[in-house]
Design a protein around this ligand. Structure first.
Ligand code: NJP
Length: 224
């Protein structure tokens, strides 16, 4: 049987590139984000026998809960989860930033990640599966401001601890931490930075490692 992978934030950028690569490598996919149209065209590109899509806001526990339920209804198992959905709000510095925008960003980048983990871990436990999350080099390099950077340090800290938790039942946990990637995350194209493909390669490298080997963190930065 082929492995089943759930990807959040699959409608564009890193999530989309990872879905396409995982599909080429024979994984079956559950693809989620808030926008239906780009997910549906991605499913068409991959083939409806290998992938299906569900809309959900990761920051809403009930919506994420339905996603996991429907994924299990459809495929009966989860071998890998790529918790990739995230958002970065450009902020004019901490003194002048908008607290409501911070809260919304933290709801997605932190609570959304935690809901995804809480809801999928029972299924990953059953398959000795793999939880992968998108962290960042933000906070080491200037990228979208201090609050965004701090939310991605949360991802790193959670990942380091979750890896220990999952190791108790032979599960694996990976944090992928890219620098600037040319995606819709930015208003302007960044053609000289990382390509989403580079991040997809890292995700599949971690998944394809021997079961005895847990690739715990991967840092990627653009060369130029
Ligand atoms: O950006 P983008 P990336 N609930 O905007 C979805 C991190 N990162 O691929 O909901 C559910 O093309 C959104 O879909 P939609 C970054 O922090 C990036 O670059 O329809 N889904 C889309 O599919 C993030 O964690 C860079 O709007 C939600 C996806 O997330 C991850 O990489 C550097 C959602 C975002 O795709 C992917 O971002 C770095 C919600 N509430 C880390 N909100 C970089 N690009 O330079 C958004 O270090 N999405």
């Amino acid at each position: 049987t082929s492995k089943v992978m759930l990807i959040t934030g699959a409608s564009s950028g890193i999530g989309r590139a990872t879905a396409l690569k995982a599909a080429r490598e024979g994984l079956q996919l559950v693809l989620t984000a808030r926008s239906a149209a780009p997910l549906e065209s991605l499913v068409q590109e991959i083939g409806a026998d290998k992938a299906f899509s569900l809309t959900s806001d990761v920051s809403k526990f009930d919506e994420q809960s339905k996603v996991v339920e429907q994924a299990i209804d459809r495929f009966g198992r989860l071998d890998a989860v790529f918790a990739n959905a995230g958002t970065g709000v450009d902020q004019p510095g901490t003194e002048n930033g908008d607290p409501e925008e911070w809260r919304q960003m933290l709801d997605v980048n932190i609570m959304g990640l935690l809901w995804t983990a809480k809801l999928t871990l029972p299924h990953l436990r059953a398959t000795k599966g793999h939880f992968i999350m998108t962290g960042s080099q933000a906070g080491r390099i200037a990228l979208k401001g201090s609050i965004y950077g701090a939310s991605k340090w949360f991802v790193r800290g959670f990942g380091a601890n979750l890896a220990e938790e999952m190791a108790e039942w032979d599960g694996r946990c990976t944090v992928i931490a890219p620098g600037m990637v040319n995606t819709e995350f930015f208003d302007e194209p960044k053609p000289d930075k990382l390509d989403p493909q580079d991040v997809a390669d890292a995700v599949l490298f971690a998944i394809n490692a021997e079961p005895r080997c847990n690739v715990r963190e991967i840092f990627l930065t653009p060369t130029f």
